[in-house]
Design a protein around this ligand. Structure first.
Ligand SMILES: Cc1ncc(COP(=O)(O)O)c(C=O)c1O
Length: 384
């Protein structure tokens, strides 16, 4: 048996090695607190769970789902865009259901990248943009997100070529927690139009924002639908990571092309899960304020602890992460190892998110308050 070159050529997955180190520590009996993964610790709101229970009891949901998403789901997403962003979408052509936003983020490369093509990828950034580009036979090209610019890109310096097909952006950002104003998205739309690119904006954290900051949608930019799509997710706003439901909205042409890939590879998300997602999007939204308050309190605890040591962090305005430079000039991996070995606290090394992440680590806010307190006490003991 010979595995395909595209599999062998992917860079070694840093997080697999880290998982191994984490498992080894735990096997030694160390009570490791993991601030490494961005998987919300809080449960899905009860009315959404109830909607799933009801939907599962209806045999109409037991058959193959619609390829593009149930009409009610697509209308619920269009309703969310109207209420939240003042953006009108045609549910038939400008909205499609995804099996979690990661599924669409992975598959879109197969609709736009031919072998030898290039995609501009935020560096540091969520690793799936680059890996999917590679799996489709293309080359990810680094789009630097420098600290001096608040982890925002300088598009005038972007390495665009005749083979560039796509531009990826993600705000609020994983891993840097940077947020963008509408003007950053306006520049990206203009740049994509000028160079004939598909602009893909990943808005997975759009609802997790703090201090009164409200994240914009790229589709608020006039004419954005000509060049842009936006990926959205219920995972973080409704604590539904395990349910695997998200969406893509925007350019009808791009969504049609992604639909061609998807109709040939998957058969859509379970209709009962889509009905539960409709309950999430159209039902009471009170839990969102609670969620933001919980993450904001955790964020403050982390920033307070670290700023009491040797850091000078600005509290991030969005996402579920705190992104910090390593202490004492350590590499990302050295810092990760130090915290794991000395404090029993697991954080994600910034180098796992691209070369631009070297010298940073990412702290996730998705553990219960008492465990986060304990983690901060341990870090303060080791680095204080
Ligand atoms: C930036 C970003 N985009 C997309 C995803 C995928 O989310 P989903 O659960 O909708 O597939 C994640 C998950 O962590 C993420 O961090």
């Amino acid at each position: 048996m010979k595995v395909a070159g595209r599999i062998e050529s992917l860079p070694p997955y840093l997080f697999a090695e880290l998982d191994r180190k984490l498992a080894e520590k735990r096997a030694q009996g160390v009570d490791v607190i993991s601030l490494g993964v961005g998987d919300p610790d809080l449960p899905t709101p009860e009315h959404i769970v109830g909607a799933l229970r009801d939907a599962v009891g209806d045999a109409a949901t037991h058959r193959y789902p619609s390829y593009y998403g149930a009409p009610a789901f697509r209308e619920a997403v269009a309703g969310f865009y109207r209420r939240r962003f003042g953006v009108e979408l045609d549910p038939d052509t400008e909205v499609m259901a995804l099996i979690g936003s990661k599924e669409g983020i992975g598959h879109i490369a197969f609709a736009f990248v031919d072998p030898g093509d290039e995609a501009l990828i935020p560096d540091p950034g969520y690793p799936v943009y680059g890996v999917s580009t590679q799996l489709a036979g293309g080359s990810p090209v680094s789009l630097p997100m420098p600290a001096e610019r608040g982890f925002l890109p300088d598009l005038s310096a972007a390495a665009v070529s005749g083979r560039t097909k796509m531009l990826w952006l993600n705000f609020p950002s994983n891993p840097t927690a940077a947020v963008a104003s509408l003007s950053t998205l306006e520049e990206a739309v203009a740049f994509s139009r000028e160079h004939g690119l598909l602009l893909c904006h990943d808005a997975a954290y759009s609802e997790i924002t703090f201090d009164g900051y409200v994240a914009p949608s790229v589709l608020q930019v006039p004419g954005a639908k000509d060049v842009a799509i936006e990926f959205g997710s219920l995972s973080k706003s409704y604590n539904m990571t395990g349910w695997r439901i998200g969406w893509v909205v925007g350019s009808a042409e791009a969504i049609r092309a992604l639909g061609v890939v998807k109709t040939n590879l998957d058969s859509g998300q379970f209709t009962a899960v889509q009905r539960a997602a409709v309950a999430a999007l159209t039902g009471p939204q009170g839990h969102l304020d609670e969620l933001r308050a919980i993450y904001q309190k955790r964020r403050d605890r982390v920033v307070e602890t670290l700023n009491g040591l040797c850091w000078e962090l600005e509290p991030p305005k969005g996402s579920i992460y705190v992104w910090l430079p390593t202490a004492g000039g350590r590499t990302s991996t050295e810092m990760t190892d130090l915290l794991l070995n000395e404090a029993g606290v697991f954080v994600a090394p910034g180098s796992g998110y691209g070369a631009g992440g070297e010298g940073y680590v990412r702290v996730s806010l998705t553990v219960a308050d008492d465990r986060l307190e304990e983690a901060m006490d341990r870090i303060a003991r080791v680095l204080g």
